[in-house]
Design a binder for this molecule. Sequence first.
Ligand SMILES: [Zn+2]
Length: 116
Amino acid sequence: MADETTSTPSTEQQQTSAPAPRPSGPRPPRPAGGPGGPGGPGGRKFFRRKKVCKFCTEKIEAISYRDVRLLQGFVAERGKIVPRRLTGVCTRHQRRLSQAIKQSRNIALLAFATRY
Ligand SMILES: [Zn+2]
């Protein structure tokens, strides 16, 4: 009979209870592709970003209302006239352009508004 087992050393339990060292340092950066990336909301859909007036560069003074293909380039899909800040047309030509578009609408060469 030996009483040696009664005095169990408890030092081993304290050492094993220590968790593995895990430094909570800075996290690794996320891979790109998540929402809210650079650029912000509202991407640019229109490519017409030339800030030079098309008519001034081509020396077009009078805009004919019969030139439907030309006018359609300045009319949005639904029949609206594209604002000057999108097309880059100067004020002078934008006025003539809008006049031509309105004349063209009256003789049904252009649509007032596209119905869906
Ligand atoms: Zn111009």
